[in-house]
Design a protein around this ligand. Structure first.
Ligand code: PB1
Length: 325
């Protein structure tokens, strides 16, 4: 007489649980973001107050930090740049000798196998902290897209393996694809921040990258957190324009969107576990309120369960030490 489901039968031992485990985080799923600073002090290393455990790094310090992480099994990094000089046209975003371009050269030289992804946006390079060119207080779309394409091209020339536009201007994936192709970079993939919400969870990042907007917000280009179907329209547009990987951002508060994208597209889907998500975990862990390792591994597993193929996370270095390898 089999009256009820005995789910506990397969949970009885660690080996049985492992046997039926459906999702697993692998070292190669993780991409670690780094903030590289243009400075004469190559070994510059400054803790980011709102992101415990993360640093603004000079070029040499970046190389050393990455060397340690690569030893731990890190396979991919994402680079954000903090230039010495910011201006209204974000000139350093597309300068061939810019901070990110130089960092890419340095990392690819030392670690040819490492996947180096570059963030393509203007907000870290504009004097006003907005993601594009301004007319008054309006962020102009099409002239910004031209500069984004130039930035992506300069990253590809420096040796980037993947370019990742995070600006949320319309039409930028197509423009970047055309520019890369016209210049012989047909093999460089675009990881598009296709579905990026106007989120309070980016707060600590703006400290880290010194990129908070001087006035206003990003709500005319980033998405309204209330919208779900619009996410599919954004992702469809980017896929049609030639995106190779689609990203959802932030992560944990948007797992439903991640699942939608993973069900609806046959492209790889990435999720960005953003700064605010990271800092909340660090703060609670520092107070002894949560078990950091278990929280992080559970969170990363939740991304895989919701359909993520790749995970961008500031926990990557730590997680590599915690994963079963
Ligand atoms: O970790 C984070 O919070 C990431 C923030 C993100 C990076 N792609 C953007 C945040 C923002 O909108 O200010 C910056 C985009 N260039």
């Amino acid at each position: 007489m089999n009256e009820f489901f005995r789910g506990r039968r397969l949970r009885r031992t660690p080996a049985l649980r492992a046997l039926i485990r459906e999702n697993e985080v692998r070292p190669q799923d993780l991409i670690m973001p780094y903030f590289v600073v243009e400075t004469d002090d190559a070994s510059f290393k400054k803790p980011i107050a709102s992101m415990p455990g993360q640093f603004q790094l000079g070029p040499k310090a970046l190389e050393e930090t990455v060397a340690k992480a690569v030893d731990q099994g890190l396979m991919s990094v994402l680079l954000f740049g903090i230039p010495k000089v910011k201006d209204e046209k974000a000139s350093q975003a597309y300068a061939d000798e810019g901070v990110v371009q130089e960092a890419v050269r340095r990392l690819k030289d030392r670690f040819p196998e490492l996947v180096v992804v570059t963030d393509v946006c203007l907000c870290e390079y504009t004097s006003h902290g907005h993601c594009g060119l301004l007319r008054g207080e309006e962020i102009l779309n099409d002239p910004t897209v031209e500069l984004l394409a130039k930035a992506a091209l300069s990253h590809a020339r420096a040796g980037a393996d993947i370019v990742a536009p995070s600006d949320m201007m319309d039409g930028r994936v197509a423009a970047i694809r055309d520019t890369l192709d016209e210049n012989g970079f047909t093999d460089i993939p675009i990881m598009s921040y296709a579905v990026k919400y106007a989120s309070a969870f980016y707060g600590p990042f703006r400290d880290a990258a010194e990129s908070a907007p001087a006035f206003g917000d990003r709500k005319t280009h980033q998405m309204d957190p209330a919208n779900r179907r619009e996410a599919l329209r954004e992702a469809e547009a980017d896929a049609a324009e030639g995106a190779d990987i689609l990203m959802v951002k932030p992560g944990l508060p948007y797992l439903d969107i991640l699942r939608d994208l993973s069900d609806s597209f046959d492209l790889p889907v990435a999720v960005y576990n953003v700064s605010g998500e990271y800092s909340m975990v660090k703060a609670a862990a520092a107070n002894g309120w949560i078990d950091e390792k278990r929280i992080v591994l559970e969170t990363l597993t939740a991304f895989k369960r919701a359909g993520a193929d790749l995970i961008l996370t500031y926990h990557a270095e730590d997680a590599l030490g915690w994963l079963d390898k």
